[in-house]
Design a binder for this molecule. Sequence first.
Ligand SMILES: [Mg+2]
Length: 235
Amino acid sequence: MLSNKKYIFFDLDDTLFDFNLSSKFSLELVFKEHILPLDLKEYGFKKFFEVYKKINSDLWNKYRENKVSKEFLEVHRFSDTLNKLEIYEDDFFSSNLNSIYLDILSKQRNTVKNAGGIIEYLYRKYPLGIITNGFDSVQRKKLNSCMLTDYFKHIVTSEKAGALKPSRQIFDYAISLTGLNRSEIVFVGDEFDVDIKGANESGITGIWLNTGNKQTDSHLKYIEIKDLSDLRKFF
Ligand SMILES: [Mg+2]
């Protein structure tokens, strides 16, 4: 099934870059240095993080559906969180928090388990690429911080492609860069609805990195792995 493959694309966040760990760490620094001094109410980072996570995820869904802009998302994930916690600052403040957060986040170098080893291994055998929903400068800085940039021939961000996964447009854009047939391409990602559905729609073989043992009742054709090192069995 995979013997005809000539190119491997990867998702970035939580497939190679440990986004969950890094974003929590970065937000905690932002919280301690810039939010805690504003307010002495009885809540800590745990509460802030819980509220932020929900708001950020809702805004990303809206951004994916083209209902809000990147700029709106970046300000409102902080301003809405602060408002919910009854801290009232202007948008300029939230916009600054966002810049500080992204700056810290993009300097993190936490990779997903076995990411470095598998990339080093596959790089010797195949051209590799990235297809990521994210902002160009931030995603590139993350790759640089993890010292992974040089392994990838093409780095496709949603910002650059003008479309977000799971839409077919971003995959088609990535395929066009390779000069290959879509049946010769594989895509590895951790989010079933975004990565695997999107790859499938575009005629690319999807490999689902399912580290959390999530369930799906999907009838799509895909390959499932529990750890990135499982890729050695296929390539
Ligand atoms: Mg991901």
